[in-house]
Write a protein that binds this ligand. Structure first.
Ligand code: MF3
Ligand code: CO
Ligand code: CO
Length: 253
């Protein structure tokens, strides 16, 4: 069942989404060569807790940390560690907050120091497909339109879409119905309705789409070792379109 949120629920959820977005803004200046992903985790944890919220990943299905940090060929669900980020790396930080009984979920991929050419190209295409997909969200559109839009753009640029992970409904539960695939066909799948809230979070690989899971049982990495990039927002379907609940006005993503 897909939960349709009431105006009261939406107002509460906006606060959680805003905090998740603010956490990403807050952490950006700390992302520099030499910083460990553990330190980024700890700063985010303290920020979230000091705003009376809980970091949703912590202990979620046994996940041991408060954020996910995925570096270079890591696709998602990387576990913060003593690994030091290096100049030229890309790192995705995925933040989910639980506040007022609602989750807000957002992630961004950042450059560490000076970007490499190949990373820049992947980042551009990932952002483009992400924004094109958000733009199709309105009542009456189909979930398949989102996936098809992403797949078409990414594959036309010679990159690939990860199939094993998808966006998801979100609200009182971290993950709820529907599943939001990042590939598919126009006109297929559930019709969008005002009051639905879900994430769009395409994972795009520079090489082939296949992945494997590391022995930590969490970190997904590209099978071919190519770079992977991701962005995520929590989206509300409104009367005449959508609201990006985890976007702060004036930010580029
Ligand atoms: N935030 C991730 C998502 O976008 C889920 C992380 S689950 C965790 O859905 F356990 F790894 F934290
Ligand atoms: Co998500
Ligand atoms: Co997320």
């Amino acid at each position: 069942m897909i939960h349709i949120k009431t105006d009261e629920e939406i107002e509460l959820m906006r606060k959680s989404c805003r905090l998740a977005a603010e956490t990403l803004l807050m952490i950006e200046p700390y992302i520099k060569p030499g910083v460990t992903t553990n330190r980024l985790n700890d700063i985010c944890h303290d920020f979230i807790v000091s705003h009376d919220a809980y970091p949703s990943p912590l202990n979620y299905r046994g996940f041991p940390k408060s954020i996910c940090s995925s570096v270079n060929e890591e696709i998602c669900h990387g576990i913060p560690s003593d690994r030091k980020l290096r100049n030229g790396d890309i790192v995705n930080l995925d933040i989910t907050t639980f506040l007022n009984g609602f989750h807000g979920d957002t992630n961004r991929t950042f450059y560490v120091g000076s970007p490499r050419k190949n990373a820049q190209k992947l980042m551009e295409v990932t952002l483009e497909c992400f924004h094109k997909a958000i733009d199709v969200v309105r009542p009456g559109a189909h979930l398949g339109d989102i996936g098809a839009t992403i797949q078409q753009h990414v594959e036309s640029r010679g990159f690939s879409v990860v199939r094993e992970f998808c966006g998801h409904g979100i609200g009182r539960n971290f993950h709820e119905e529907p599943q939001v695939l990042h590939f598919g066909s126009f006109g297929q799948g559930v019709k969008l309705k005002k009051g639905m809230t879900f994430t769009i979070e395409p994972m795009i690989n520079a090489g082939k789409p296949e992945l494997r899971i590391l022995s930590d049982n969490w970190t997904a990495v590209t099978m071919d070792g190519s770079l992977s990039c991701q962005f995520e927002h929590t989206i509300l379907v409104t009367e005449d379109g959508h609201e990006v609940m985890t976007r702060i006005e004036g930010t580029p993503v």
